[in-house]
Design a binder for this molecule. Structure first.
Ligand code: B3K
Ligand code: ZN
Length: 884
């Protein structure tokens, strides 16, 4: 690596800053091309720092106009400006004030980090390191200050002026301008600073906290969209109440603002009292949002709100601790959604998501621990590992301590660290101390990367009536971590008797959770013995997905079918079906590769198990919809040494067809029974009925290529739908079937929603995930369509991101998908490196493919790396993906 290449930052090098900034007064004179920012910083030397050290402030893409120290202009000899810093060589030894005037151009900020404009609205995104693109600062989360912010702007163009905290003052200025002064009494790191200015409509409501504080709630959106903010507001109020009742955490200011903008690098941002959202996670009505969109809004609104305590009041000491706030807050939003909806269904969806996004990350070149040890660009570490695996780590603590013990730990955590920048160790210590437990081994979950593997073997000793389960754990090597120590894995299991009932289990040192028992797996290999039990008919494993591990135990189809029919743990019941199907599909893939036909009959016992689920009226609709869903193609691919995308697709398609043929009458009955869900409501129960109806239609569509009647039925659902869920499902099915129905529905959809950018994202995405062979050409055509723009992250994700997720077409053997992908990354990188780098990760999976594809994928990564002026973000992903 040459000296000019980006360098990594290491966790072990953390030390406190040499200076603190305690107060910040910011003054913004907003203009699109030349916004003047005046920052007055109260700086003091850190007693624990190096006395007399230079003050080195971070800064990027800002123009320095003036610099004063204690009111005196500094001469050029007193400071140095470099590409990414401003250093004052000899600052005073006691507290002083620094005044910095910078100029920035929000209208030209395509990185969408710092201060930028989205459809004319000024807004900020400062996490992780955007504040330095506004002014020079100690832009690190352990520097916490109280902010007072003055915003000046044209009154007509920007009637709304917002920042964090409370509005202190506002008034008119000369020249048609006006101003507002905001003060946030809570010290915060710079990444939580926010400013919004623009012409926005507002939905206002209020919430009274448990101690009687009346909080004004406002959601700001583009004019004309206020009518679509009702659900987000409702979700916000429910989140506020839930955090009080479940966690005892109350809101702490009189105002809570949300602003929705259309150009945003990710989902949303938890700036203190001024959350900024991608409008996709705010706007919903039945005609334009699906059930999944509603659920996403509920989750993201809750997540950002919950950050007020887990993130804002207690923040991170350094970015290596990101999971301290993200893993914990994801756990909290998962729990919220579980309390609002069906807990088992939520768990199944979360596990699907973890397996689809985090397991592959943990198994690839970008694997990193939940608390990473180094990074080149921190924005690359907002990953499924930090978020979702981080949440699993919190969940395992919860499993170990129980709800009461966990809440005791949370109270101690807040008591110890409120107002501070803390670490993952601090969190674990609070949990352990409050409950008097030892987390020493458990904490390996923070430092070891890779998905652990459990290999199980059971043995029944009929003579003494004892069942013994032997558990071996291992964890594959990951970058920088060739060898792993055994972890503490809380592994919940159950044994089922002949009738399918749970056998009561007792084990010293193990927590009983209902009918399950949580085995404390701590050694490389150990045995657990249950005395005085009848011979189990089936073993139920990793109940509730108590640990984020892969499990291997020889179980035959009959045992799995028995679990599908009887397991009292809904997750394990779903999982038995998934594993059964996975085995069948993997076997069929092997057969296809050996030259056998894809459509040979599948195991009838599996199809019978699906039938039993369909005919069990006691099950929740949404659960049935999950339980009859086959594992997706990528999940099967992750289980293969060398992925064969075509064989996987053929095997899965054949199984879907056979299930549809055998159970057609059941699917038709369920479709008819759940067809009408009444006036649309996004609540879990009607959404569950729609999910079941639509997965029935999905199976029927497997027969539609040769059945005009079925095609007509799908097209009829498309046309008659009174809500976006039903319309989208029908369109989704039609885009996979070439023919006039497809063309007509796509054209109709575009005409209906041509003025609605968010809905057109769905239209773009659906075409990009079609299995039809001309999909890539179609995607290329769509790049020229007015509905697409390379400047807008939502559009890029909808069209380009969806295409790269189209495993069958993206991995076309000629490499055209890879070349298209790399071209787009190179086009995007100079404009928006965060989004470019995030979209690139997929090429890093090259090792999983055949030699031909490997070469092509690697060549594209090399082409990217060779590009001049590559961003640090993209450089990091591309170089790590190649293993260099
Ligand atoms: N904390 C933000 C993510 C910021 C991403 C910066 N690249 C959203 C969230 O997790 O709530
Ligand atoms: Zn978050």
């Amino acid at each position: 690596m040459s000296a000019s290449q980006p360098q990594a930052i290491h966790r072990k090098d953390y030390r406190q800053p040499d200076y603190w900034i305690r107060e910040v007064a910011l003054d913004f004179d907003l203009l699109p091309e030349a916004t003047k920012v005046t920052a007055r910083l109260s700086v003091e030397p850190n007693a624990a720092g190096t006395a007399g050290a230079a003050l080195v402030l971070d800064g990027e893409d800002v123009k320095l106009l003036a610099l004063k120290l204690d009111g005196q202009a500094l001469s050029a000899a007193d400071y140095t400006v470099e590409e990414r810093s401003l250093s004052i060589e000899k600052p005073p030894a006691t507290a002083f004030t620094l005044e910095i005037v910078t100029e920035i151009a929000p209208a030209k900020n395509t990185h969408l980090s710092g201060l930028y404009q989205s459809s004319g609205v000024y807004c900020t995104q400062c996490e992780a390191q955007g504040f330095r693109r506004i002014t020079y600062f100690l832009d690190r989360p352990d520097v916490m200050a109280v902010y007072r912010v003055t915003v000046r702007a044209d009154k007509k163009l920007c009637p709304v002026l917002l920042s964090n905290g409370n509005l202190e003052e506002q008034g008119d200025l000369d020249g048609g301008r006006h101003y507002a002064v905001w003060h946030d009494p809570f010290p915060k790191p710079s990444y939580l600073f926010a400013l919004v200015a623009g012409d926005l409509a507002c939905n206002e409501d209020s919430f009274t906290t448990q101690s009687g504080r009346k909080v004004t709630l406002r959601i700001f959106v583009e004019h004309g969209k206020e009518g679509r903010t009702g659900y987000a507001m409702d979700a916000l109020k429910r989140s506020m109440r839930w955090d009080e009742t479940r966690f005892g955490l109350e809101y702490d200011l009189d105002l809570f603002n949300i602003v929705a903008v259309s150009d945003f690098n990710m989902g949303a941002m938890e700036n203190k009292s001024l959350n900024v959202f991608n409008d996709k996670y705010i706007l919903a009505d039945p005609e334009t949002a699906t059930d999944a969109d509603y659920a996403g809004i509920e989750t993201v609104v809750a997540h950002e709100y919950f950050h007020n305590w887990t993130g804002d009041r207690i923040t991170c000491r350094d970015w290596f601790q990101l999971s301290l706030k993200e893993g914990l807050t994801v756990f909290r939003d998962q729990e919220f959604s579980s309390d609002m909806r069906s807990r088992p269904v939520k768990r199944i969806k979360d596990v699907r998501n973890l397996r689809a996004r985090q397991f592959p990350e943990d198994a690839g070149p970008l694997a990193h621990p939940v608390r990473p040890d180094s990074y080149i660009a921190i924005d690359n570490f907002y990953t499924a590992t930090v978020y979702e695996k981080g949440a699993e780590v919190i969940r395992m603590m919860h499993t170990r301590l129980g709800e009461a013990g966990f809440q005791k730990g949370m109270r101690l955590y807040v008591e110890r660290h409120d107002g501070e920048a803390a670490t993952c160790d601090d969190f674990a210590a609070a949990m352990a101390d409050a409950n008097n437990v030892d987390f020493a081994q458990f904490k390996l979950w923070y430092s070891q990367s890779g998905t652990p593997q459990l290999d199980l073997a059971g043995r029944y000793d009929a003579q003494v009536g004892a069942y013994e389960l032997t558990v071996s754990q291992s964890c594959p090597p990951t970058p920088g971590q060739p060898d792993k120590a055994p972890m503490h894995i809380p592994f919940a299991i159950g044994l089922l008797d002949e009738q399918g009932r749970d056998i009561p289990l007792k084990l010293e040192g193990a927590v009983a959770a209902g009918a399950s028992i949580v085995l404390p797996v701590t050694q490389a290999k150990q045995s657990f013995r249950f005395a005085n039990v009848p011979q189990p008919k089936a073993v139920s494993l990793n109940r509730g997905f108590s640990a984020p591990v892969n499990v291997r135990m020889p179980q035959d189809g009959a045992e799995r079918a028995f679990l599908i029919a009887h397991d009292s743990d809904p997750f394990a019941r779903w999982e038995a079906g998934q594993q059964y199907a996975t085995e069948l599909l993997l076997q069929r893939v092997a057969d296809i590769r050996a030259g056998k036909p894809a459509d040979a009959p599948y195991d009838a016992a599996f199809i019978d198990a699906v039938r039993q689920i369909l005919q069990d009226d006691g099950l929740e609709h949404a659960f049935v919809a999950e339980a009859i869903g086959l594992p997706d193609e990528d999940y099967i691919a992750d289980r293969m040494e060398v992925v064969d995308v075509d064989a996987i697709h053929a095997a899965r398609k054949a199984l879907r067809r056979q299930i549809a043929t055998a159970l057609r009458a059941d699917f038709e009955r369920l479709y008819a029974a759940n067809r009408d869900t009444g006036a649309y409501s996004p609540d879990a129960a009607p959404a569950g009925r729609r999910a079941l109806k639509n997965s029935a239609l999905g199976y029927l569509s497997a027969l539609a290529e040769a059945d005009a009647g079925l095609r007509g039925q799908i097209a009829a659902q498309y046309r008659a739908a009174d809500n976006m869920t039903d319309r989208m499902v029908a369109l989704r099915l039609l885009v996979d079937i070439a023919g006039p129905e497809r063309q007509a529905a796509l054209a109709d959809f575009y005409d209906r929603f041509r003025d609605d950018a968010l809905v057109l994202d769905k239209w773009l995405a659906l075409q990009a995930i079609s299995v039809l062979p001309d999909t890539l050409d179609r995607v290329k055509d769509l790049m020229a369509h007015p509905a697409f723009s390379m400047q807008k992250p939502n559009k890029v994700r909808a069209l380009i991101g969806s295409f790269t997720a189209n495993t069958l077409r993206y991995h076309a053997a000629d490499g055209a998908g890879y070349a298209f992908h790399a071209d787009r990354i190179l086009e995007l990188d100079p404009k928006n490196p965060q989004v470019a780098a995030r979209m690139l990760a997929l090429l890093g999976r090259w090792r999983r493919f055949d030699a031909g594809r490997q070469d092509k994928m690697k060549a594209e990564l090399q082409r990217i790396l060779a590009a001049p002026k590559l961003s640090r973000e993209t450089y990091e992903i591309a170089s790590k993906s190649l293993g260099s």
